[in-house]
Design a protein around this ligand. Structure first.
Ligand SMILES: [Zn+2]
Length: 302
């Protein structure tokens, strides 16, 4: 889709696109928890949630040899190491559930690596009122579980879906500070109602991210391959063959690790929306992301 219409929260299209119509009951529900969330996430510091799982321990072979003439041999472990053992992976679940409650916070100006823009937006939602922030966080939690089971240390930019922020530049900085092997920004789009499918948004060289342009493209290709297994088609309205190069996103402009942003589907399309709200699709989406991450990390090592 070109510039202009819809709620393309990610592409800056000249104003008017950030207003999201939301059902009154949702506002009340979010407002009840937003105060708590703001207390937790504001006040000058932004915390990163780091969860770790101990790596599998393989005791060394200590069997004594009865004869000193027998050469020492090493018995290989009987269990393969976890595929992401020793690796750090970053996850940024876009927006936050409380963002609706604090336009002043969202409208503060940040530097996105190329230009000034707003801290963040509310994100989009389905016609039924299921918010993108909720989707993003749900998939992020499922992905975190998958990655942790694979042995990774996972860093996330927010720890709940009830707070406000952090701003998009801070999200990039949180992940950069953890020095991950790879990171993923999880979103869903608010495109034209007739448009379907997922798009992988990739960085454009701006000096800050120069070292990770090629690797991000590789990760993007791995992600496109894996995500088609979810049944969500490649976008019919954005990018080319599932890829859109985006110089206007802080998360991609400021990254120092391989990273892409995935728009997992179009929340304003009825067919996509039915998939996006489904727990089984959300698990499939997380599994596809985990699979792509494992593939990418191993290709980087080989
Ligand atoms: Zn978004």
């Amino acid at each position: 889709m070109g510039s202009g219409g819809g709620h393309r929260h990610a592409r800056r299209s000249g104003g008017g696109s950030r207003t999201v119509l939301i059902v009154g009951a949702v506002v009340v529900g979010i407002a009840g928890v937003a105060v708590v969330g703001m207390l937790l996430t504001r006040g000058g510091s932004v915390h990163a949630d780091v969860s770790t799982k101990p790596t599998a321990h393989y005791p060394g072979t200590t069997a004594a040899h009865p004869s000193s003439t027998v050469p020492t041999t090493t018995t290989p472990p009987t269990t393969a190491p976890l595929p992401l053992a020793g690796k750090v992976v970053g996850i940024d679940p876009g927006h936050n559930g409380g963002n609706f409650s604090d336009p002043t916070f969202l409208n503060q100006t940040i530097w996105n690596g190329r230009e000034s823009e707003s801290c963040d937006t509310t994100g989009t939602e389905t016609d039924g009122g299921y918010t993108e922030a909720t989707y993003n966080f749900s998939v992020a939690e499922l992905l975190r579980a998958d990655l942790t089971a694979d042995g990774a240390t996972v860093v996330m930019t927010r720890n709940s879906n009830t707070g406000v922020g952090p701003c998009i530049d801070q999200r990039a900085k949180i992940l950069n500070a953890a020095n991950p092997a790879v990171s993923i920004d999880i979103h869903a789009d608010g495109g034209p109602a007739s448009g379907r499918g997922f798009t992988v948004l990739e960085p454009v060289d701006d000096g800050i991210n120069s070292a990770v342009i090629t690797s991000s493209e590789q990760f993007g290709a791995d992600l496109i391959n894996a995500f088609q297994q979810t049944g969500m088609p490649i976008s019919t309205y954005d990018g080319t063959s599932g890829v859109a190069y985006r110089p206007d996103l802080a998360g991609l402009n400021l990254t120092t690790e391989p990273k892409v942003l995935i728009e997992c589907g179009n929340m304003r399309n009825v067919t996509d929306a039915a998939m996006l709200v489904s727990p089984s699709f959300q698990q499939a989406a997380a599994s596809a992301m985990a699979s792509a991450i494992v593939r990418f990390v191993h290709s980087e090592q080989s």
